[in-house]
Design a protein around this ligand. Structure first.
Ligand code: SF4
Ligand code: SF4
Length: 150
């Protein structure tokens, strides 16, 4: 009998993953690079379609990933021990899903073997964002959108 080995995200905790495994969990959706608004009464986060100035709307990747922390003061670097920050991640995000005991969805590139499935499934923000330089802060509320959730 042949038993297939389970993938690393099913056998390791987030803390046990190698840096390469950890990075590969990012599906490239770009959602965490959108401006979010927090309701101070409920603590709920609302996503907008307004993107960080360094987000490439076509690839949904950061235009300067190595220097992002120096260039964008509120860009947050996720780590396995930063779980208090996972709640503002979209529910589709692999880091949040695994932290909550959920598996990766079919469109995740690690599952599909194809980096385009995150775009085909409309999980990514491809071609649907507006640069933050074009939206005054007081107008952010008008840009709240409901992205497809899983
Ligand atoms: S929301 Fe999660 S999966 Fe999507 S780009 Fe951000 S870190 Fe990667
Ligand atoms: S600087 Fe941070 S928030 Fe902005 S696009 Fe890059 S990774 Fe996303």
């Amino acid at each position: 009998m042949v038993t297939e080995a389970l993938p690393f995200w099913n056998t390791k905790t987030l803390e046990e993953m190698t840096p390469e495994e950890w990075e590969s969990l990012c599906d490239g959706c770009g959602r965490c690079c959108l401006q979010k608004l927090e309701d101070i009464d409920t603590g709920l986060y609302f996503y907008t379609n307004v993107a960080c100035r360094l987000l490439n709307d076509e690839t949904c990747r950061c235009k300067n990933y190595p220097e992002r922390i120096a260039l964008v003061k509120d860009c947050l670097v996720l780590s396995p021990t930063d779980r208090q920050h996972y709640d503002w991640l979209p529910v589709s995000c692999a880091y949040r899903r695994l932290a909550h005991g959920l598996d990766l969805e079919w469109w995740h590139p690690l599952v599909s073997g194809n980096p385009d499935t995150v775009h085909e499934a409309k999980i990514s923000v491809r071609n649907r964002t507006i640069g933050e330089d074009r939206v005054p802060e007081e107008q952010l509320e008008e840009h709240i959108v409901s992205w497809i959730d899983f």
